[in-house]
Design a protein around this ligand. Structure first.
Ligand code: UD1
Length: 426
């Protein structure tokens, strides 16, 4: 297994282009199952999760072909064509590797009247049930059985529009139900829908495919079903989690680091918290510069929330920053019940963190020292890198395959800013 090596303590400064968002690319790719036409995506990030989903889509009979991305895009082009689907079964071997694979359920069911999709896997960050997906699809008239670890959904006469209020806000259930509703008969209203920018990005692509959707980006989405969808061209939204991660790294190491090609308002909550922690933040067009010139890192309390609140996907990275703060920070995790696995790894750098249910209390220390550490999940891996960049000595991060699922060329991007970071192949 590859390891990442980081010699900390180097000041970082430079420019980092932000990649297309993994969390936008994945649902956009599943949307290709809704049509016989070509879905042409641009700015698709080079990530293991993208390749895992392509393996699943091709297993179902979808064509997938990469090309050069457009000149102004950091990512690649991807043509998907699902005209000749040969299977509506998404097998355990593929779905268990990544939870978003489960999202093929909505498009397959609504277009073909049937789908068998294995219950998902993904990062080990809590129970992550699928009850809302099931309740929503049942409300649209699907019959659903769980047999041998598979969700078997049928709707022989097609799905019907409905009024569905979700008991909690789920990004994946919103993607799934919105896609299912595009080809259902009549109007569907999704209440308590996720407002994450990736939902808006998916809605924009579906609309370009001929879907009728209003309200994406608010908590009430109205979809009027159409008979058929066509192909579309769509550029994947910039990755707000990647941007937030580098912004936190800049606050940790001093900066200035300029992030380019992002949508700054999608990281508003993160930028406010970084300002409160003592960073200077300048926003100009699609660029954000983060710098911490003088003074200590200030302790700030955060609570993870659904968008537009502070994202759970930046909780671990922010905790790394707080390990060096002057004072005590309370970090409350409200989205996932078991997302503190990075705490024991951060302790290996000398961080002082205690856990109290869904709250981590971080007592800032004066310095971190390098250690061998283990990445426990995707975002936690980025947290370890941020700590390592500030730690004295050489850190070795094991299990970096977690990182490759969701951060495109992270070593290259950090090296360009002066970090001493390299990968050793096993
Ligand atoms: C997506 C993101 C992930 C992010 C998360 C929350 C992708 C590929 N993944 O994951 O990076 O951390 O949103 O912003 O976009 N829940 C239920 N029942 C359900 C569905 C969800 O109880 O049927 C719970 C989950 O266990 C969790 C919470 O709802 O506690 C939010 O999960 P959800 O928004 O569904 O996360 P994902 O879509 O899986």
């Amino acid at each position: 297994m590859d390891t990442l090596h980081i010699k900390g303590g180097k000041p970082l400064s430079g420019v980092i282009p932000i990649s297309g968002a993994k969390n936008a690319a994945l649902p956009l790719m599943t949307a290709a199952l809704l049509t016989e036409g070509d879905v042409l995506l641009d700015n698709v990030p080079r990530l293991t999760d993208v390749r895992t989903l392509i393996r699943l889509l091709t297993e179902l009979g979808c064509e997938a072909e990469f090309s050069e991305g457009s000149a102004d895009s950091f990512g690649q082009g991807l043509r998907l064509n699902a005209a000749n689907i040969t299977s509506t079964t998404a097998p355990y071997e593929l779905v268990s590797q990544m939870r978003a694979s489960f999202w093929v359920l909505g498009p397959l069911l609504t277009r073909f009247g049937e789908a068998r999709v294995s219950l998902p896997g993904g990062c080990a960050i809590g129970a992550r049930p699928v009850d809302i997906y099931i309740k929503g699809l049942e409300a649209m008239g699907a019959s659903i059985e769980i047999v041998d670890g598979y969700v078997h959904a049928t709707a022989r006469n097609g799905l019907k529009g409905t009024h569905f209020r979700s008991s909690l806000v789920s990004v994946g259930a919103t993607h799934t139900l919105m896609m299912a509703a595009t080809l259902a008969e009549g109007e569907t209203v999704l209440e308590n829908a996720a407002r994450e920018p990736e939902v808006g990005d998916l809605a924009a692509c579906l609309t370009a495919m001929g879907a009728r959707i209003e309200g994406a980006g608010t908590d009430t989405i109205r979809i009027t079903g159409v008979k058929k969808l066509g192909g579309a061209n769509h550029r994947v939204l910039a990755d707000r989690i990647e941007a937030g991660t580098f912004a936190i790294a800049a606050a940790m190491t001093g900066g200035p680091i300029t992030l380019t090609g992002l949508v700054p308002e999608t990281i508003d909550a993160t930028l406010s918290v970084l300002r409160a922690a003592g960073a200077r933040v300048d926003v100009s067009g699609d660029r954000v510069t983060v710098e911490r010139t003088a003074g200590p890192i200030r302790a700030v309390d955060v609570v993870t929330e659904v968008y537009p609140g502070f994202p759970t996907d930046l909780q671990a990275q922010f905790m790394s920053l707080m390990t060096l703060a002057d004072g005590e920070s309370e970090i409350v995790e409200r989205i996932f019940e078991n997302r503190f696995m990075h705490v024991q790894e951060l302790a290996r750098f000398g961080a002082n963190i205690s856990l109290h249910g869904d709250m981590a209390l971080v007592h800032g220390v004066k310095r971190l020292t390098a250690a061998p550490v283990m990445a426990s999940d995707l975002r936690a891996s980025a947290a370890l890198i941020i700590a390592a960049l500030a730690a004295e000595g050489e850190t070795i991060v094991n299990r970096v395959y977690h990182l490759d699922r969701g951060f495109e060329r992270i070593e290259e991007k950090l090296r360009a800013c002066g970090a001493e970071i390299w990968r050793e192949k096993a």
